[in-house]
Ligand binder design. Structure first.
Ligand code: ACO
Length: 181
């Protein structure tokens, strides 16, 4: 065991294979290869990586955590009705968190919290942005606890939102308002 030295950097094309592997390991949902291509090339997606500069065996630049997000138009989103409507600002946007994960062995160090903070800070820096939001499957207690701790508000439970292995699962919709919501 060693003392981790976590640092945050952009996700790059060279991260693609490990990014795909970690998504496969951590999520019950399969993502298209186009998704990974868009993430590593920054096409319509913003993302951050966490790496451990003290990781041994030449793995000091290998992802131990990541967050991916997309900017969406508020009026085209499912939470458009939950924002203060301002007809003079039809270009209002939101940041939608697509995936967030931290590999086993690096959990409970505050990495996911830091990654969420990066997204919130980024969203706050966009003057048209009104909120950060995401879906989480209803049985994912560690993630739900994390979003609540980060002051996200649970605004909806969506029945049967996910279809996994022929089974339907509910999701929660969490929102964090920025720039006055
Ligand atoms: N020392 C000790 N504990 C700490 C520290 C610290 N420095 N910092 C934070 N913690 C605690 C937090 O208080 C929190 O405690 P809680 O469980 O009581 O709330 C706990 O550690 C977790 O917080 P983080 O460390 O910030 O989170 P972590 O890096 O462990 O990642 C995550 C959490 C992403 C949910 C992880 O468990 C994971 O990858 N799970 C599998 C994938 C997943 O479920 N992703 C989210 C799906 S939803 C989506 O993608 C939109």
């Amino acid at each position: 065991s060693h003392r981790a030295s976590i640092c945050y950097r952009p996700i790059e094309p060279s991260d693609r294979e490990i990014l795909e592997q970690i998504h496969c390991d951590l999520f019950p949902i399969r993502y298209e290869s186009e998704f990974f291509q868009n993430v590593v090339n920054g096409q319509d997606i913003v993302s951050w990586a966490a790496v451990d500069r003290n990781r041994p065996n030449g793995r000091s630049d290998e992802l131990v955590g990541f967050v991916t997000a997309r900017i969406v138009l508020a009026k085209e989103s499912e939470i458009g009705d939950m924002l203060r409507y301002d007809p003079s600002k039809p270009d209002q946007t939101l940041v939608y968190i697509l995936t967030l994960g931290v590999v086993d062995g690096y959990r409970n160090l505050g990495i996911a919290s830091s990654l969420i903070q990066k997204v919130v800070k980024y969203a706050s820096s966009i003057s048209t942005c009104r909120a950060v939001y995401l879906h989480v499957i209803s049985y994912n207690d560690p993630a739900i606890r994390l979003y609540k701790k980060m002051s996200f508000q649970c605004v909806r439970r969506l029945q049967g939102f996910y279809l996994i292995g022929g089974q339907h699962y509910d999701s929660y919709l969490f929102v964090y308002y920025v720039n006055g919501g």
